[in-house]
Structure formats: structure tokens, C-alpha cells
Design a protein around this ligand. Structure first.
Ligand SMILES: [Zn+2]
Ligand SMILES: [Zn+2]
Length: 318
């Protein structure tokens, strides 16, 4: 697990990201600090005891001087860090199966592919419940959204299941239950789906007849064994971070099979698009915000005042 960078390095990272994608300014007055706690350490100088921010319970400072020093970075993200803490508490109190049952009950009120979370989840949810349900369903719903946008390119043949290869699949994809993946069959009546999750961290352990799990890095050579997919998708696969993607992307471009990727941030999606164009991939859908991005954010493990949302941007290629 990566650890928090030292404070000057965190600030350098935040400066770099602010140049790429300016962050909206803080909307609320900065919160005060709790009494000093021996289990808290100052974000800026590392001293303990320290006083936790009352706004988010997510960072602590030795006192007002260091709180003020960090205000530029902390104030804009304090409400989002509060929401992250609330979501984690919400999840701790509710078994995943119960949340999923609530989600599917709501989903079944929506007969067609929805335009956004409001259509699918309805307006009458607590903010934490809404964010947590969106996080459970972001992968299948992002896929449904892409299938709608790419309907001209993904096989229309309904005599056999539409084959979806989920590449760079990891625990977060493994955690999506077959019932949620198969929600697509309700949203696209008359069509059946076959999902294959492929990723180096996965153990071969199929999740039922419609969801296969295959360990390993994804290569086109596997099509002889797995079958040719109708669509390949990589959720937040980090094309810019992992050099092991290069051969996979070379395999896919020009193969005739459309492939889609999602990204945490706009600048990441733009950088990935440059890489894909450079190897000759043709855009079917240029990077754009995803209406089915998770509403539940995830904290950075290296920068205290940073967070991202799964599947925030989508793009598709061939
Ligand atoms: Zn300090
Ligand atoms: Zn705070």
C-alpha cells in the first residue's frame, strides 16, 4: 500500500494537478479543529498530538499556523473528504448484499437505459446511500451507456450472447455480482451477454455461467481460447502508468473490435487519448465525462488533500 508522501512532495503533486485541471474554489467557510489527540499527527510537520479538522475528520494539524498554511489545498476538498468518511461509515453498517438488493429493486423501475443516476436511482435517497449505490453499479451502468453510444459498432447479432471482455479486471470488478452485470439483459431486451473478467491479480473462479474469470494480462492471442469479443473495456486501467498495456493496445487497435477505457480525471483521459492516437487507434468516442461515474469518491493514498471518482471519464477506440 503506498503511503502519504512528505508534505512538500504532496504540495508539488497538487501544484502539478492544479495546472492540468484547476480545482473549483472552496465553497464553505473553513472548519475549526478538534481538541488535540495523541493518535493524530500534523499533516504539515508530522508532530503528534494534533488536532483533527472538524469539517472532515480526515486531516489533522498541530495548530492554527499549519492549518492556515494548508488551507489553500484542504479547503476545496474538505467537504468531499467528509463525504468519503460518511460513505465508509454507511458501508460498514450495511452488508453489501442488502445494498445490492435495494439497488436492484430501484433499478427495476427503469425500463430503458437511463440517462443518468437520477433516472436509475430516483431522487428519494439519502446522499450517502445514493453515492454508495452508484459506486456498486458504476461498472455495469458505464457499460450500458457505452453500448448505447457504440450501438453502430457493437455486433447487432442477437442469436448469440454479446461477448464483453473486461481487461485489467481486479477486485473491484470481481466484486460486481453477476446479478448486476446481467442487469444489462433487462436494459437491452432480447440480447444476452457473456462477460469475461481478465486480470493479473484474479484467481480463476467463475461467477456463474455468464461471468467467467481468467487470470493474466490480456492479449489478442487469447481470442483463440476465449472467443472474439464484441467489446473490450478497461475500467480505470491506467494506460499511462503501466507499460504492460502497450502490447495489449497494439493488439487491439485495428483489430476491428471496439475497445473502451475509463479514467479518473480529465487530464488522464486526454493523456491516454494522445497515447492511443500515437499508436494509430481511431477514436469512436473522444474522452468525455461519464454520467455513470461513481458518486462515491476515493481518497488518494499518497496525497492527503486529493481524491478521485471511478470511471469519471470514458472514451472508445478501434
Ligand atoms: Zn504542524
Ligand atoms: Zn477538513
Amino acid at each position: 500500500m503506498p503511503r502519504l508522501l512528505d508534505y512538500p512532495s504532496q504540495c508539488a503533486e497538487l501544484e502539478k494537478m492544479a495546472r492540468l485541471e484547476p480545482r473549483p474554489p472552496a465553497t464553505a467557510e473553513p472548519a475549526g479543529l478538534a481538541p488535540a489527540s495523541p493518535t493524530a499527527t500534523c499533516l504539515v510537520c508530522g508532530i503528534s498530538p494534533a488536532r483533527v479538522c472538524l469539517g472532515c475528520d480526515g486531516v489533522a494539524y498541530c495548530g492554527d499556523d499549519h492549518r492556515r498554511l494548508d488551507l489553500r489545498w484542504h479547503a476545496p476538498v474538505c467537504p468531499a473528504l467528509r463525504a468519503i468518511a460518511d460513505d465508509l461509515a454507511h458501508l460498514r453498517e450495511r452488508p453489501r448484499e442488502r445494498l445490492e438488493a435495494a439497488l436492484l429493486a430501484r433499478a427495476r423501475r427503469s425500463p430503458a437505459v437511463p440517462a443518468g443516476w437520477d433516472d436509475w436511482l430516483g431522487p428519494d435517497l439519502s446522499p450517502a446511500e445514493r453515492r454508495c449505490l452508484s459506486d456498486l453499479a458504476t461498472r455495469p451502468l458505464t457499460l450500458a451507456h457505452l453500448l448505447t453510444l457504440l450501438s453502430d459498432h457493437v455486433l447487432k447479432d442477437t442469436s448469440r450472447p454479446t461477448a464483453i471482455h473486461v481487461i485489467a479486471a481486479a477486485q473491484r470488478e470481481r466484486d460486481v455480482s453477476p446479478g448486476l452485470w446481467l442487469e444489462l439483459e433487462r436494459l437491452f431486451p432480447g440480447r444476452r451477454f457473456a462477460f469475461t473478467l481478465i486480470g493479473p491479480e484474479l484467481a480463476a473462479d467463475d461467477l456463474g455461467p455468464a461471468v467467467r474469470v481468467v487470470p493474466g494480462l490480456y492479449r489478442r492471442a487469447q481470442w483463440s481460447e476465449l472467443g472474439r469479443p464484441d467489446l473490450v473495456i478497461g475500467y480505470d486501467c491506467g494506460l499511462l502508468l503501466y507499460p504492460s498495456w502497450k502490447p495489449t493496445m497494439h493488439d487491439l487497435r485495428g483489430s476491428g473490435v471496439p475497445f473502451a477505457i475509463t479514467s479518473y480525471r480529465g487530464w488522464e483521459a486526454a493523456g491516454e487519448a494522445r497515447v492511443l492516437r500515437a499508436i494509430g487507434a481511431e477514436p469512436l468516442l473522444p474522452p468525455c465525462p461519464n454520467p455513470f461515474a461513481s458518486l462515491s469518491a476515493r481518497r488518494s493514498t499518497t496525497v492527503a488533500n486529493d481524491f478521485a471518482r471511478d470511471n469519471a471519464f470514458v472514451s472508445a477506440w478501434r
